[in-house]
Structure formats: structure tokens, C-alpha cells
Design a protein around this ligand. Structure first.
Ligand code: AMP
Length: 503
């Protein structure tokens, strides 16, 4: 088995890795690090949980250890789809550079422009950023990308989902042609393939097994709920969630509960709290400081249930999460793999339980096709029947934040939604396929950009607008297949799972 000492890393980096408690490189690390150290481009097909962050951070800092930072010209760039992921990469960077003198700046929403500008002015070795925020800094003339020697694109498939590809292409074009590129994606969609063909030069391709197949330590289960009415489905799910938590008992030390929509994240967290469970929500509409507090609390073991949207929990690295509950079946099957990968990390056992109604059967089928296996159905399926959820409407109206009709409701524009005000839709009225819309918020667009209002930070220039618009259009294209259904419910979705299977 390869050792860290055999990969060609700087001894000070190896020391930091050893102190972090890692004994042997993971397959993505063993495959990517030597090639990256040789200056080769790398195309890593791997997802979180495989050790992919270290597979680019370690060679990057080894290469950078030799030079010196120059004012306004970062020497390397790491692009991440979400703030959380960027912050996590920054944490990794701190851990691994502890014996080196390298500097970094983190350009994400919720961190003031001024502070980051000062760091950039002084010169940083590594810039870790979300694409929109990076371009905001660039357009304000505070940043030169012509000194970038190494550029990392992390979670490219998620960038694609979020409509960031035009931004990524633009950023590529702003960096020197001679740069080294380390590119990571969990899947190779045709658009991702196109980008890699365009911007990577003879890359070393390192592909590691999908987590769902690699991590046999995750026990998976689907609880099918026979909810035929959409208005009662959510209440049935909440009841089933509580019943399942009770069933799991003490084995359920802590859990992430994924919902497709931000509204449901709030409602489920509130409902769990109401029933005495220690729960808090996290999604893109919450203040960054609150998101950070909640995440820290969960990481430290001070919070049992983290109710989350996919984007907010993206790349979330909490080593010991005993359970993942999926309140909704994700509309993108890869998200299932990402979600369950939050548990069973680093060889620990974990349990992933998903609630599915007949209307979600189509998405469940797609997941099972991706996994190439059938997910076991829970014993005593449909422990909560529609009849046994008489309190459902009352509970929903009691728990749920009241829909703010005055702010748009059904007539809301997508623009308003993307600006982070889009979670007021009445949950019961939303068509089932809508989750994708709420979930796919571009990270930067989902925040109200409070910095733009401060005296030291002028509002983004007008050129920003088409770019943001472009992101939106792109996202719309990505999502048409789902969002375009609107209120029309195709008849096959209305059939129960059994009926469709029989058919
Ligand atoms: P990532 O795929 O980058 O999100 O990493 C997943 C988790 O694996 C993180 O908690 C890392 O700290 C941890 N990790 C990374 N490399 C190793 C390694 N070689 N041995 C053990 N754990 C690791």
C-alpha cells in the first residue's frame, strides 16, 4: 500500500497529514497527488468522502511552498460551488499548511469585501472562492488572475447544477493558458466532458468508486408512504420521521434530515422541535453567521438533528453522523448518493433512511437505476397511513410559517426566488416536482449580498447583471425537465408504486 511519504509531498506537508491522523492515502490521493506534483492536469472523478480535498490541497501547497505571494495576484485558485464547501476547503488548507508559511483568502458571500480585499492586496498564495463572488471581486478591479499557476475546480457537477458553468468558463479564460488545472466532479455529464476537453490539457484521469458502491457501511432503507394526497403527504412524512427516529432509538445519535425545499427545511425543523427533538435548520436563505453557528454546533455534538437543503449541506464534513434521513426523494439521483455519503464516513457504520410517496416513485426508480440495486423497503412499510394522520393539516398549519401571500406567492418571479426570497411558497400548494427549483439556488444569487450596501463596497457593476441572468437561464435549462411540469401532474406519477411496477 502506498504511503504518504512515497507520494513526493513536502515533508512538512506529510508531517501535518500525519498529525491530522491519516495513515495511508485514499485511492484518489494515491492517484492524483503524484501526477499533480509532476505538474500534470488532473481529472478526478470522485465525490466528497473519498478524501478528494486533500488530493488537490496537498500537492498544491507542496508546489506553492517554493515560491512567494505577490500583491493582488494569487498564485492558485480553488473554485467551489457553495460557501460551506469553500469554507471547508479553507479549513483543510489551514490543517495541512500548519508547518508552512502560506497565506489564503476566502471569497464567499457573508464575508466582507473589505477584509478580503486587504488580504488580496497584500498577496495570497491560495484564493478559495465561489465563482460569482470571485468575479465580483475581479470586476471591482481588486484582483488579477494572471498569476494563477494552479486552478482547482471542485464539484464541477454541482457547479453545472447551479448554473455556474458560464462563470467557470470565464474564470478559466482570465487565468493564464499555462496554468495547471485540477478538476473534480462526481459525475461526467456531457457538459462537464466538454469543459474538461476544452480547458484541461492531457489530464491524468483518476476515477474512484462511487460512494454508494464503495461504502458498504451504510445501511439503506426506503419507507414507502401511501399518501395519495399531496396536502397530507408532508404531514405523514413528518409523523413517519418521528416514528422512525423513535424506532432507531439511541442508535440515532445524530442525523442530517434532507429536504428538497427550503420551506420544508424550516417546517420539518420546527416540527421536530415542537415534538421535543433537538433540531435546527440550515439552508441558503439563512444568514451566513447563523448557518455557521448551526453547523459548528452540529459538528461539536451540541445538536442532534440538522435539517438541511442539499446546497447548504454540500460537502459538509462531520465525521460521525449516525443517520441520514431523506424527507423527500431527491429529484436528481446523484443527490441521493451525496446525501447518504454524509453518514458512514471513514469506515464507520451509518444508516440512510428515505421517505417516499407514490408521487416520488419516478425519482426513486432513477436512484435505483443509478445504484444498480434495489434499496430495501422498511419492514412494516407505510407505518403511517393517510387515515392515521388526521392531525396532518392542523399540524402543517400549526408548524408551518404562514405563507406570505403579499410577497408574490404563485406569481413570484424566478429572479425574486433566486435573490433568496423564494421560500415563502405555501408548502402544501407547491407541485411535487418543484423541489429542484428551490434547491438549485446559485450560491451567490441565493444571498442578498449585504456587502454591496456598505460604504466601502460599491454595488456590483452593471456588467454583473447579464452574468447573473445568464446563470439563471442556464439553470432554467438544466431544470426544465422537472420545473416545466408546473401544476400539471403526469398521470403516471399519480399511480402508486405498486401500480406502476405492475404496469
Ligand atoms: P473529502 O472527500 O475531502 O470530503 O474528505 C472526507 C474525509 O476524509 C475528511 O474528513 C478528511 O479529513 C478525511 N480524510 C482525507 N484523507 C484521508 C486519509 N488519507 N485517511 C483518512 N481520512 C482522510
Amino acid at each position: 500500500m502506498t504511503k504518504f511519504t512515497e507520494l513526493g509531498l513536502d515533508p512538512k506537508v506529510v508531517q501535518a497529514v500525519t498529525e491530522a491522523g491519516y495513515e495511508t492515502p485514499t485511492p484518489i490521493q494515491a492517484g492524483a497527488i503524484p501526477a499533480a506534483l509532476q505538474g500534470q492536469d488532473v481529472l478526478g472523478i470522485a465525490q466528497t468522502g473519498t478524501g478528494k480535498t486533500a488530493s488537490f490541497v496537498l500537492p498544491m501547497i507542496t508546489l506553492l511552498a517554493k515560491g512567494r505571494a505577490r500583491a493582488r495576484m494569487p498564485r492558485s485558485l480553488v473554485l467551489c460551488p457553495t460557501r460551506e464547501l469553500a469554507a471547508q476547503v479553507a479549513e483543510n488548507f489551514d490543517t495541512y499548511t500548519k508547518h508552512l508559511k502560506l497565506t489564503k483568502a476566502l471569497l464567499i458571500g457573508g464575508v466582507s469585501f473589505k477584509e478580503q480585499d486587504q488580504l488580496i492586496d497584500r498577496g495570497v498564495d491560495v484564493l478559495i472562492a465561489t465563482p460569482g463572488r470571485l468575479l465580483d471581486h475581479f470586476e471591482r478591479g481588486k484582483l488579477l488572475l494572471t498569476g494563477v499557476q494552479i486552478m482547482v475546480v471542485d464539484e464541477a457537477d454541482r457547479m453545472l447544477d447551479m448554473g455556474f458553468i458560464p462563470d467557470i468558463e470565464r474564470i478559466f479564460s482570465l487565468t493564464p493558458f499555462t496554468r495547471q488545472t485540477l478538476f473534480f466532479s462526481a459525475t461526467m455529464a456531457p457538459e462537464i466532458e466538454r469543459i474538461t476537453n476544452t480547458f484541461l490539457s492531457n489530464p491524468k484521469k483518476v476515477e474512484v468508486a462511487r460512494q454508494a458502491t464503495a461504502s458498504e457501511t451504510i445501511a439503506q432503507e426506503v419507507i414507502e408512504l401511501k399518501a395519495s394526497r399531496r396536502d397530507t403527504a408532508a404531514a405523514m412524512k413528518r409523523e413517519a420521521l418521528r416514528a422512525t427516529i423513535e424506532r432507531e432509538g439511541e442508535a440515532c445519535k445524530n442525523a442530517i434530515v434532507f429536504c428538497n425545499r427550503k420551506t420544508d427545511v424550516d417546517i420539518v425543523a420546527k416540527s421536530l422541535k415542537k415534538y421535543g427533538y433537538d433540531a435546527a435548520p440550515i439552508h441558503g436563505d439563512l444568514e451566513q453567521s447563523q448557518r455557521t453557528r448551526t453547523l459548528d454546533l452540529f459538528r461539536e455534538g451540541g445538536l442532534r438533528f440538522l435539517v438541511a437543503s442539499d446546497v447548504a449541506a454540500r460537502g459538509l464534513d462531520v465525521p460521525a453522523v449516525s443517520h441520514v434521513f431523506q424527507f423527500d426523494v431527491p429529484t436528481h439521483s446523484e443527490d441521493y448518493v451525496h446525501r447518504i455519503g454524509r453518514t458512514g464516513r471513514a469506515g464507520r457504520s451509518g444508516k440512510a433512511i428515505m421517505f417516499a410517496t407514490p408521487a416520488e416513485g419516478k425519482y426513486l426508480d432513477a436512484i435505483e437505476k443509478l445504484l444498480e440495486r434495489t434499496i430495501p423497503r422498511a419492514e412494516g412499510q407505510a407505518m403511517v397511513s393517510e387515515d392515521s394522520a388526521p392531525d396532518a393539516p392542523a399540524e402543517a398549519s400549526d408548524d408551518a410559517p404562514k405563507p406570505r401571500r403579499t410577497r408574490g406567492g404563485r406569481g413570484r418571479s424566478r429572479k425574486a426566488d433566486a435573490e433568496g426570497q423564494g421560500s415563502e411558497q405555501a408548502p402544501a400548494a407547491a407541485p411535487t416536482p418543484a423541489p429542484a427549483e428551490a434547491e438549485a439556488m446559485p450560491e451567490t444569487a441565493a444571498e442578498p449580498a449585504p456587502e454591496a450596501k456598505t460604504a466601502d463596497a460599491p454595488a456590483p457593476r452593471s456588467e454583473d447583471k447579464p452574468r447573473r441572468g445568464q446563470r439563471q437561464d442556464n439553470r432554467r435549462n438544466d431544470r426544465d425537465a422537472v420545473v416545466g411540469m408546473g401544476d400539471h401532474l403526469p398521470s403516471f406519477i399519480a399511480l402508486s408504486l405498486d401500480e406502476r411496477r405492475a404496469g
